[in-house]
Design a protein around this ligand. Structure first.
Ligand code: UDP
Length: 454
């Protein structure tokens, strides 16, 4: 009773970086901490605060300014990131100062590792800091080796050998460390995660021990890391009904009813769900090949084409595929992946999408685009063996015949049977990790006990 009361008196702040793939896991983690009895405040910077769909009952939301005027145009990523750092640092100080007067002032800031400066703010204010890494351990390890100078970039060698990792071909590497010229500010963003991480009191990773066994062991031998994933809400893993169901902060408005009603009319395992996440953008030619590849596959498909991408759809495509497909601008992805009609996920292999598919036992066709996606794809195919990867031609395009072939292989082929078996096993292992007493659950319990003791 006394312990429970102490937990309830322990106040923790959680601040995500404002992009969808970072918001989702941190919101879910905040909710999980609240379910362990902590008093949790999620800090929403201005741009994301407006997108909140349904406030969670268990987590309090505080909005702070990110330092930008409404509708302000920012000239470059560098300028955005620097102004975001300055604006949010100041707002964070103001918020913490205000909350020092509360009955339960915050003790700890869980911050997105893309914002290492938040640790300095927290520690100057007398709070502890926990870095939350939103990418896989393997990808973080690559960036760590680059940051330490142990891995020279741009990577040009056909293969790279790193501690406790499978041999990585050039096409398995995060794009930023191969093509260092195209996105210098994003390369810097992923590397500065390691600028002060050793000063953080905790290092949290959205993965689970069995999933990245070797590299997790290697990291744990260097620093006291804690795996806490998958952050997929337990109701999806256990099929438990949960009254705390919401879609968190959606930067895009999901077509919930249209998707769920349409899926409800389809047979078990008959639908290919297609999405490239919140940022990837396919070229016109690639989009066209994908569209006709989906049509040729002869499966039903639910395809998320964000509003900004819609213009690239072939003119007559939706009319020609009315009986087969549904194109939406955003969907409730977890509900879609958990739906029994979905038999395969054609994905860009963003880390959240990958973890969500693994946790819900959905086989994948992977079509990685940039950032960490090629490394995730390597693990999907070679390590977890839960999917097939499309091949690109000499022009860098995946042709419609290849798309058809890969979908058929997963949906109908012999290999598909094996892949489905593996996917079911990973689903089980993911659930075990977050179930009471599982590796991630134990780590979260330990984290909470440490916090309460601070
Ligand atoms: N997502 C969603 N609806 C969609 C597409 C994506 O809710 O129509 C969610 C998905 O469940 C995941 C996140 O958006 O949690 C995308 O993150 P990911 O790391 O896969 O890709 P990113 O957007 O960062 O490239």
């Amino acid at each position: 009773m006394e312990g429970k009361k102490k937990t309830n008196e322990t106040h923790i702040l959680v601040i995500p970086f404002p992009i969808q793939g970072h918001i989702n896991p941190m919101v879910q983690f905040a909710k999980r901490l609240a379910s362990k009895g902590l008093r949790v405040t999620l800090i929403a910077t201005t741009s994301i605060s407006k997108t909140m769909q349904a406030p969670t009952s268990s987590v309090k939301i505080e909005t702070i300014s990110d330092g930008f005027e409404e509708g302000e145009k920012i000239e470059s990523t560098d300028i955005y990131l620097e102004r975001f750092r300055v604006g949010v640092s100041q707002s964070l100080v103001d918020l913490i100062e205000k909350q020092k007067g509360y009955a339960h002032p915050p003790k700890v800031l869980v911050y997105d590792a893309f914002m290492p400066w938040a640790l300095d703010v927290a520690q100057r204010q007398g709070l502890h800091g926990a870095a939350f890494f939103t990418q896989s351990c393997a990808v973080c390890a690559v960036y760590y080796h680059v940051h330490q100078g142990a891995l020279k970039i741009p990577i040009q060698d056909p293969t790279t050998s790193l501690p406790s990792m499978p041999l990585l071909g050039i096409d398995d590497m995060p794009s930023f460390v191969c093509d260092t010229a195209s996105y210098p500010s994003l390369l810097n963003l992923v590397l500065i995660q390691f600028s002060n991480f050793q000063k953080a009191n905790w290092l949290l990773f959205n993965t689970f021990d069995k999933l990245e066994e070797e590299v997790v062991k290697w990291m744990a031998s260097q620093w006291p890391i804690k795996t806490i994933g998958p952050t997929v809400p337990s109701m999806y893993l256990d099929k438990r009904v949960d009254d705390d169901k919401d879609y968190g902060f959606n930067l895009f408005k999901p077509n919930v009813d249209a998707c769920m009603e349409w899926l409800g009319t389809k047979e078990i395992g008959s639908v290919v769900y297609v999405s490239f996440g919140s940022m990837a953008s396919l070229g016109d030619e690639q989009m066209e090949e994908l569209a006709w590849g989906l049509k040729r596959s002869n499966s039903h498909f639910l395809w998320v084409v964000r509003e900004s991408e819609g213009i690239k759809l072939p003119n007559n495509f939706t009319d020609e595929t009315l009986d087969k497909g549904l194109v939406v601008t955003w969907c409730p992805q977890l509900d879609v992946l958990a739906h029994k009609a979905v038999g395969c996920f054609m994905t860009h292999s963003g880390w959240n999408s990958t973890l969500e598919a693994l946790s819900l036992g959905v086989p994948m066709v992977v079509m990685p685009q940039w950032t960490d996606q090629k490394t995730n794809a390597k693990f999907v195919i070679d390590v977890w063996q839960v999917g097939v990867r499309v091949k690109v031609d000499e022009k860098g395009i995946v042709r419609k015949e290849e798309i058809e072939l890969c979908i058929r292989e997963v949906m109908e082929g012999e290999r598909g049977t094996e892949i489905k078996k593996n996917a079911a096993r990973w689903k089980e292992l993911a659930r075990e990790a977050v179930d009471e007493g599982g590796s991630s659950d134990k780590n979260i319990e330990e984290f909470v006990a440490n916090l309460v003791g601070t």
